[in-house]
Write a protein that binds this ligand. Structure first.
Ligand code: R5P
Length: 296
């Protein structure tokens, strides 16, 4: 597939292979944004390519976002100063979506603040499967045009190619949207379990009867794997029910605090999409992102 898009893809923090794949689909040049950090940790952004009157698609990877967001806004400002016509943020993984309410008195609602910040510096946003839960649509918090693309077609195609008799399982009610979308493409059985989160690194999965599917291959799908505890507890739950270790698929493999290593003993295999560069990347989503960009 080649889309004849106009503009430039500019990369700050994103995987170079992902950038090149997207550019191939869109038939646009791939440029790099350089960052120089001074000894005092202040940052200078540099681009040595012209961008006057160009639509810029700023591809980034903003897991662990706090260090990256300031240089990213500087990059957008610097491109604007050089005459860019528009600057669209392409963030395959959109952080800060899970703090979508004050869970305890006095807590801030980071999803809103992050959206407000991005909406000031960018003219549009393209992202993949953001964690939409209590916020149903990005337009509730972003004041710029947004386009959400989905990993389900790529994941479903991968499952069809590699797994026999799959049962698609989501660890919690939020995950139902992703497991249902993936399962429905190939008409596969699916179920979403129930989770109670007790803390950052403590979750409890509620028992459910899965005896109807005991001969199936369990495929556990979640949007984000962060501390890994949601997946670990679900794997333990499946073991109690007599299932073999599941194949785990994460859309966004954040893998905080060594989570990948902690998870491995509980799963048959762990695979992720390449929204965040990681050794578990097996499912390429560059085509969906290119289509998402072309529709902005
Ligand atoms: C939240 O509901 C998400 O869909 C994931 O289940 C969650 O972010 C996973 O977090 P962790 O890996 O820290 O359990």
């Amino acid at each position: 597939m080649t889309l004849n898009q106009k503009g430039i893809l500019a990369n700050l923090y994103a995987d170079e292979d992902l950038a090149q794949n997207i550019c191939r689909y869109l038939n646009i040049p791939n440029q790099t944004i350089l960052q120089h950090d001074f000894p005092d940790q202040e940052t200078c952004i540099k681009t040595d390519w012209p961008c006057k009157d160009q639509d810029i698609y700023l591809l980034t990877s903003i897991e662990h976002p706090n260090k990256k967001i300031l240089p990213l806004t500087f990059a957008a400002e610097s491109l604007r100063q050089k005459g860019a016509k528009s600057i669209t943020l392409v963030a395959p993984y959109l952080p800060y979506m899970r703090q979508d309410k004050a869970f305890h008195p006095g807590e801030g609602i980071s999803a809103y603040y992050f959206a407000k910040l991005v909406s000031v510096f960018f003219d549009g946003l393209v992202t993949m499967d953001p964690h939409l839960h209590r916020i149903k649509n990005l337009s509730e918090i972003y004041t710029i045009p947004t386009n959400v693309v989905h990993a389900a077609p790529a994941i479903a195609a991968w499952i069809a190619q590699h797994i026999e008799a799959p049962l698609i399982i989501g660890p919690d009610s939020e995950s139902e949207q992703w497991v249902k979308a993936t399962a429905n493409i190939q008409n596969l059985p699916f179920i979403a379990l129930d989770k109670v989160r007790k803390g950052d690194e403590s979750v409890e999965i509620q028992m459910k009867d899965l005896s109807l599917w005991e001969n199936k291959t369990p495929i556990l799908i979640d949007d984000i794997i962060s501390s890994g505890h949601t997946i670990i507890e679900t794997c333990k739950h499946l073991k109690i029910l007599g299932f073999p270790s599941p194949i785990v698929i994460g859309i966004h493999g954040v893998f905080a605090n060594n989570a990948y290593k902690k998870l491995k003993p509980y799963c048959k295999n762990i695979y992720t999409t390449n929204t965040i560069l990681h050794e578990s990347n097996k499912i390429d989503i560059s085509e969906s992102l290119a289509i998402g960009i072309s529709k902005m």
